[in-house]
Write a protein that binds this ligand. Structure first.
Ligand SMILES: [Zn+2]
Length: 113
């Protein structure tokens, strides 16, 4: 259910972009999903077609681009995080409380039909 509401809000954003360009339909869209966001890409892809039905995105191909998590280590600066280890620097194990990237959920590109 969570992914369906996410799909719907993505479709809303995409429709705004289409309107801005005076386009009526999209054939494909790419969405950036952070590895640390709570979104399950497979579930989002599964939920998308039904949510897109009757919208300008009906039949469009959804591609998901996964964005790795990057934390900010006090000693090492930005470091790529390992999801299994949590918010810790992989080099020195220091807690990296700030997530520099990896929690995004955004429309990256839209292919106008
Ligand atoms: Zn470190």
């Amino acid at each position: 259910m969570h992914e369906a509401s996410i799909a719907l809000s993505l479709i809303e954003v995409a429709c705004d972009v289409l309107r801005e360009h005076g386009a009526s339909r999209a054939s494909a869209l790419t969405v950036r999903v952070g590895q640390w966001s709570s979104v399950v890409p497979e579930a989002l892809i599964a939920a998308f077609p039904a949510c897109a039905e009757g919208t300008p995105l009906e039949g469009a191909t959804l591609t998901i681009e996964r964005v790795p998590g990057v934390g900010d280590c006090p000693d090492h600066g930005p470091v790529e995080l390992d999801v299994r280890r949590g918010l810790r620097c992989p080099l020195c194990d220091a807690p990296t409380s700030t997530l520099v990237q990896g929690d995004e959920l955004e429309l990256d590109s839209l292919e106008i039909a």
